[in-house]
Design a protein around this ligand. Structure first.
Ligand code: CTP
Ligand code: CA
Length: 223
């Protein structure tokens, strides 16, 4: 990896990145999850390390090989991610929360495999902790919080609401319906939303998108 080509403009910065989906068990053989590949979060982690930052990557289950350039902490559930992130965020100068965290989990995890019975079945769900909201409520002076927002409609206004509600410094938003954007591919089409700006990035590789996101983070931090 051509890390040498990067200016070490993040030297001395501690960055906490979360990536990938969470999995919430229903019973010993089933879980609820989402289509997150982890690619955007891993790209952020890689680019931060290449630019000289000290990186901690808290990751849900993904297909991506464990990177060597970061301290990697694998987690499975939203609760596990919450517990790890709470601890790790205390030292972080920058937090990039690219993980696709489950909003709800099954209220009860069955100890044995659930057998099929009637024509319909209902699963009772309970809310998970909003990790990013917690971080916003406990933000240290000078700490920078970047959220990621996935929408299928009203992308900018919905993402701006998240910025306000969670006390974030920036949201990297994408519309799942745009070609080249979203979970699976190697490209992304992101709009950066800050308190006073909206910047539409072009369609870029996830790595180049990560670089643009971090350019904006550093610019905001240095102002
Ligand atoms: N997030 C989190 N903890 C949760 C849910 C979301 O930390 N329990 C974070 C995600 O990592 C992401 C940001 O919040 O950085 C926005 O996630 P998103 O799912 O787009 O928004 P939500 O606030 O969960 O709202 P909704 O799913 O209803 O759009
Ligand atoms: Ca959500």
């Amino acid at each position: 990896y051509h890390a040498i080509a990067f200016e070490k403009d993040m030297a001395g910065k501690k960055v906490l990145v979360t990536a990938g989906p969470t999995r919430e068990s229903i019973d010993p053989v089933r879980f609820i999850s989402n289509h997150s590949s982890g690619k955007m979060g891993y790209a952020i982690a890689k680019v931060c390390a290449a630019r000289g930052a000290e990186v901690t990557l808290v990751t849900g289950p993904t297909e991506i090989a464990k990177p060597l350039f970061a301290k990697v902490i694998p987690v499975t559930t939203a609760k596990e991610m919450f517990d790890v992130v709470k601890e790790e965020a205390v030292q972080a100068d920058i937090v990039c929360k690219a993980a696709a965290v489950a909003d709800y989990r099954p209220a009860h995890v069955a100890e044995e495999k659930v057998k099929k019975s009637g024509e319909e079945m209902t699963l009772q769900m309970e809310k998970t902790d909003d990790i990013l909201k917690y971080l916003g409520e406990h933000k240290r002076p000078g700490q920078f919080l970047c959220g990621f927002s996935m929408e299928t409609e009203n992308m900018v206004s919905n993402s701006r609401k998240k910025l306000e509600k969670k006390n974030l410094d920036m949201v990297a938003a994408n519309n799942l319906k745009d070609a080249g954007a979203g979970f699976k591919g190697d490209t992304n089409l992101v709009t950066l939303i800050t308190r006073d700006e909206e910047i539409q990035l072009p369609l870029l590789s996830k790595e180049e998108t990560a670089n643009r996101i971090l350019d904006k983070v550093l610019q905001q931090l240095n102002k």
